[in-house]
Design a protein around this ligand. Structure first.
Ligand code: SF4
Length: 323
């Protein structure tokens, strides 16, 4: 459905090109919730932009491509990097980190809905009929149809996010990409947004790709996940397997830093910070922070290999040191 084929992207800067996504090669399946986890600055949002084909200067694709293919209402489709934007909203849509950044603050929501529905998808309707469909859809999602007459600034952060999710799913896209959709929202609203995303995915039986730095979010809703560090995946597999038995030291530390109900012990966190992508360390990029690092780790980059069916990791110590 969504194939990421040896994709590398970078940003052009005055100091030269800075590689942010490094030779990623994996597939996201139909009808699954796929999570992308990792600390800030590891390339998650850049990867999502590449999946959505928002490749605007200074971002560039150095090699590889993204392939979006499948079938909708009996019609097969196939788009690659450079073409995917032709099918925005219809086959693939995007829920950004801050809903207000994509909404025009001085335009009624009804116009924002109309602007996002191409003529070809209006099914020969009048504007009034399309808006009636929008109102019915909002109602189906337990949102008031009166929202169509509101301006974005009149809504709370949580309500704006719900409206953006409604907008992103209105045309039943095959893939929905969500970039930190619960950031800056309080925990009760966060839960409501996650439940809404899960419910829509089940209803549409489509693919949801969820970027979040919050491992708790991944545990709650994703089926499979990839752990990203410094532009590459260090581990990928079924979410429940990763939480039950993390392989990579970075994954283990991310999970170990999660607070748990009833556990009063002090959480240590992960010492240090991800390396600057302008000057990454040689060898394994996690080595400066890894308690299990050996000499080879500072010299050679570990390969990303299939450890067991469907489970991948990149670490020199696989099979040793309890990894
Ligand atoms: Fe740690 Fe070495 Fe594995 Fe990197 S390759 S995660 S430094 S043990």
């Amino acid at each position: 459905m969504l194939k990421i084929d040896r994709l590398s992207t970078s940003y052009k800067t005055i100091h030269g090109d800075v590689r942010v996504v490094n030779n990623l090669d994996f597939t996201i399946n139909d009808n699954e919730i796929f999570g992308i986890a990792g600390e800030s600055g590891c390339g998650k949002s850049t990867l999502l932009k590449a999946l959505y084909d928002i490749i605007d200067f200074p971002m560039q694709v150095d090699s590889g491509r993204v392939i979006l293919s499948g079938e909708k209402e009996g019609n097969p489709f196939h788009f690659e990097t450079g073409e995917i934007r032709k099918t925005w909203w219809n086959n693939i849509s995007y829920v950004p980190q801050a809903a207000q950044s994509v909404m025009n603050p001085i335009t009624h929501l009804r116009n924002q809905f109309l602007d996002s529905i191409p003529e070809s998808q209006r099914k020969n309707e009048t504007k009034k009929q399309t808006l009636e469909r929008c109102a019915a859809y909002l109602k189906e999602l337990d949102l008031s149809p009166d929202l169509l007459g509101a301006y974005p600034f009149q809504l709370s952060g949580g309500m704006r996010q719900r409206v953006i999710i409604a907008l992103a799913t209105f045309m039943s896209p095959n893939v929905v990409l969500a970039d930190e959709p619960t950031t800056a929202l309080d925990v009760v609203v966060q839960r409501g947004i996650l439940m809404m995303l899960m419910r829509l995915q089940r209803q549409l039986k489509n693919t949801l790709v969820l970027v979040s730095h919050d491992m708790g979010v991944h545990y709650q809703i994703t089926n499979r996940m990839g752990i990203m560090y410094s532009g590459s995946f260090v581990e990928l597999g079924k979410t429940e397997d990763i939480f039950r038995d993390p392989i990579h030291p970075y994954t283990e530390m991310l999970i170990g830093a999660l607070p748990r109900v009833g556990d009063k012990s002090q959480k240590a966190g992960i010492p240090g910070r991800p390396p600057a992508l302008t000057n990454p360390p040689p060898g394994c990029r996690f080595a400066p922070r890894c308690p299990k690092a050996k000499e080879i780790c500072h010299r050679e980059c570990p390969e990303f290999v299939e450890v067991r069916p469907g489970r991948f990791a990149a670490c020199h110590m696989l099979g040793k040191e309890g990894i």
